[in-house]
Design a protein around this ligand. Structure first.
Ligand code: ADP
Ligand code: MG
Length: 723
């Protein structure tokens, strides 16, 4: 290694800070300590104000200015006691990341310094929004957007060396009311789904005031040495390696999943968990993932907007703690070719205000039909809007993962498990199978044969799986904001619930028995949605063919998937539920497409640069070494035939690399104009640029395998993954 990257210093190997900070505080004390949650509010607010804010959180009632002032004052006091100097609205612009702009609490009163934070500042702020993407919704001269406090997601403190910052989760909208962020649409879908589901529950004879969609994100990531990361400009700039030969071991031995977590990673996780707990993120699970140096962290589920915020925050914590400990966290969906990629399984369900899970098959007979109703609604939703769900996870990065024989394919289908499928089939045919099923199918009132977890969780290949009492949307990418796919899922389910409710209402109006009517609606919905159910192996080629026969879309890449957002029926759906107007959806389409184009462009430029400045120079030195060896061999009368053919093969590989390099250059030069023809440009990226890059990679990787390790300019896969 020329770069001196090969061996890690002992200091970075053994971790840095905080072995000492380890759990002196109890977990319970730590949890939420840096978060201004309900209990802190209750302690600090006069009762009527606390009740007002509670009803704002629970049912979205508007908070009066007097109460807002009181909340702001209490928040400020709480933050100042903890050393805060600043506050910020924290929001999620359409870049998919988070953004913040800090103001100090400092105010001058007749030249005297005081701290001040009023209700108005809590509720609304105005960052300079002109440089955030708006997809053409605003021209810069009317760039004003404002952030507005989202009281349903608790404020928290972010520490730094010079005092901490009170961070207030917010939405980001334009003055004309357009959503300029990923969160506003999610909040809107929560409201709609709640309305639809409570209405359905009422029709089924149960009173619910509110239904929350719930989310638990399983976050996957890789950890690599920071020095190695810094020596790989591709990782640093694009998040993934655009070159690199996979080591022979790879993960064929499959010995890593749930394997022993090495102590360095464990130290990292421990520090992440403590930071997360302090912020009220209920991290629960940690383990090794399939690939070497790949890990997962999962919290206990929360209301969907809180979980989405907390996942963004968790990604920040992962980055921050990694940096502190001489590591780099890779959140990219496919940092290493030929090695398992990373996802963010989104565990999703719905629950009422008493915490009853609507997708819990459960032991209460009178709730079975209700469970089946919502199950059928989700099936309908995914069947009708599977392509929309696919669009919600589309990105340049996720393209490398979806369908890569390790992750769910780009074809969306639902795994129900044999047991549940059997129950629905029996219902469909009114076919009495087992006794328990028979009783159930006939009356809808007997106990639903228990859906055991081990019956439902075996299939890891499905993009959308029922796992006992929730659905697990597995196609979501590890680095993406979950707000987009979750908003899409929510709106799709809302539509289906409404449709099933309408049918149920008609039957009830016609005087049908309630249970019979619900079962009839379930039967009908299942019949229609059945093609979406697939319990087999999603990785096989047979499924691709079978899915085509069933008429399920196979949107293999991002431009194909994003096209869905431009369809009239999709625009109508978003409009109907007041989630996004047509032009707001257009804006998202444009931004996502632009991001896709830009990312691949950057990858191509990066790849060219690394080949030109790293790979080829190393190859020329290798070639010179070979030539010198050949010369000396012939000089001493040796037989150099073997060396000669080695050399020729090497030179061929170099020539192939230069050829391929020119291919990528040409692809960069010749594509359609990204600004004026973004879709054509994106197709060109997929159809021309990616194959050209693949070819260059193959050629350069061949050279890597044949070149003196000491000459190689970049940390290798072997080093990054196995050392
Ligand atoms: P797995 O075997 O898939 O890891 P877990 O039981 O560990 O399953 O759950 C994974 C995630 O699912 C966790 O974040 C958990 O809190 C979440 N989860 C469990 N129940 C629900 C629910 N009703 N709604 C949303 N998420 C849930
Ligand atoms: Mg899971």
């Amino acid at each position: 290694m020329r770069t001196g990257v090969g061996t890690m210093s002992q200091a970075t190997r053994s971790g840095t800070r905080d072995e000492a900070r380890a759990p002196q505080e109890s977990m319970a004390q730590m949890f939420g300590a840096d978060c201004f949650g309900l209990s802190e509010m209750q302690r600090r607010l006069p009762r009527p104000v606390f009740e007002a804010i509670q009803s704002t959180i629970r049912s979205g009632e508007k908070l009066d200015m007097g109460s807002a002032d009181a909340v702001a004052e209490a928040m400020k006091e709480w933050a100042l006691e903890r050393g805060a100097t600043h506050y910020t609205h924290w929001f999620q612009p359409l870049t998919g990341a988070t953004a913040e702009k800090h103001d100090s609490f400092l105010s001058l009163d007749d030249g005297r310094a005081i701290t001040h934070f009023g209700g108005r500042a809590l509720i609304q702020a105005e960052p300079d929004a002109s440089s955030f993407p708006s997809g053409g919704m605003r021209s810069t001269f009317e760039a004003r957007g404002y952030t507005a406090w989202d009281p349903t997601s608790p404020a928290f403190l972010i520490e730094s060396e010079h005092g901490s910052t009170l961070t207030i989760p917010s939405v980001f909208v334009s003055y004309t009311g357009e959503a300029l962020d990923t969160k506003t649409p999610l909040l809107r879908t929560m409201r709609e789904l709640s309305r639809a589901a409570t209405h359905a529950l009422r029709l089924m004879g149960r009173d619910a005031r509110r239904v929350d969609s719930t989310l638990g994100c399983e976050q996957e990531y890789f950890l690599v040495e920071r020095e190695w990361y810094m020596a790989r400009p591709d990782l640093e700039v694009t998040g993934r390696t655009v070159l690199g030969s996979a080591p022979p071991k790879g993960q064929q031995l499959e010995d890593n999943y749930f394997g022993t977590i090495d102590s360095r990673a464990l130290g990292f996780m421990g520090e992440v968990e403590q930071e997360a707990w302090r912020l009220g993120i209920p991290l629960k699970t940690r383990h090794n993932e399939v690939a070497p140096h790949q890990y997962e962290a999962a919290p206990i589920f929360q209301p969907i907007n809180v979980a989405a915020d907390q996942n963004q925050l968790l990604m920040d914590i992962l980055r921050k703690v990694a940096r502190r400990r001489g590591l780099a966290v890779l959140l990219h969906e496919k940092p290493f070719a030929g090695v398992n990629g990373s996802g963010k399984h989104n565990n999703w369900s719905m629950q009422d205000e008493r915490g009853r899970n609507l997708l819990e098959p459960g032991k209460e007979p009178d709730r079975n039909v209700e469970f089946l109703f919502f199950l059928a609604a989700v099936l309908k939703a995914v069947h009708r809007r599977g392509d929309l769900l696919r669009a919600g996870v589309a990105s340049a990065a996720n393209d490398h993962r979806l369908g890569a024989n390790e992750a769910p394919p780009a074809i969306v289908s639902v795994f129900l498990g044999q047991h549940l499928t059997e129950i629905l089939e029996a219902l469909l045919e009114s076919r009495p199978t087992g006794n328990e099923v028979k009783a159930f199918v006939e009356t809808g009132l007997a106990t639903l044969p228990e859906v055991r977890r081990d019956n439902t969780d075996r299939n890891r290949t499905s993009p959308f799986a029922f796992t006992g009492n929730k659905f697990e949307f597995r196609a979501v990418g590890s680095s993406q904001s979950t707000s987009i796919p979750m908003a899409f899922l929510n709106v799709a389910v809302t539509e289906a619930v409404d449709e099933l409710s309408d049918r149920l209402a008609k039957r009830l109006d016609g005087g049908e028995d309630r249970n019979a009517a619900i079962l009839a609606v379930v039967r009908e919905a299942y019949t229609e949605a059945k093609p979406i159910v697939f319990n087999g192996n999603n990785y096989g080629q047979e499924w691709v063919e079978e899915a085509a026969r069933r008429g399920l879309p196979n949107l293999a890449d991002t431009p194909a998937a994003l096209g869905v957002l431009e369809r009239d029926d999709v625009k109508d759906l978003f409009q109907r539920y007041h989630v996004l107007q047509g032009h707001e959806l257009d804006a998202r389409y444009r931004i996502l497409l632009e991001r896709f184009n830009r990312m691949i462009q950057i990858e191509a430029v990066q790849q060219i640069r690394m080949v030109k400045t790293g790979v080829l120079p190393a190859a020329y030195r290798q070639q010179a070494d070979m030539a010198a060896a050949y010369d000396s061999a012939t000089k001493f009368g040796g037989v150099a035939v073997a060396q000669q053919s080695e050399m020729q093969a090497y030179m061929k590989a170099v020539a192939a690399t230069i050829d391929a390099l020119n291919g990528v250059r040409a692809a960069l030069r010749d594509g359609p104009d990204e600004e004026h023809e973004p879709l054509a440009a994106a197709r060109h990226k997929v159809d021309v640029m990616r194959p050209a890059m693949e070819k260059l990679r193959t050629a350069a990787d061949t050279i890597e395998r044949r070149t003196d390790e000491g000459l190689w300019p970049y940390p290798t896969y072997h080093q990054m993954l196995f050392q």
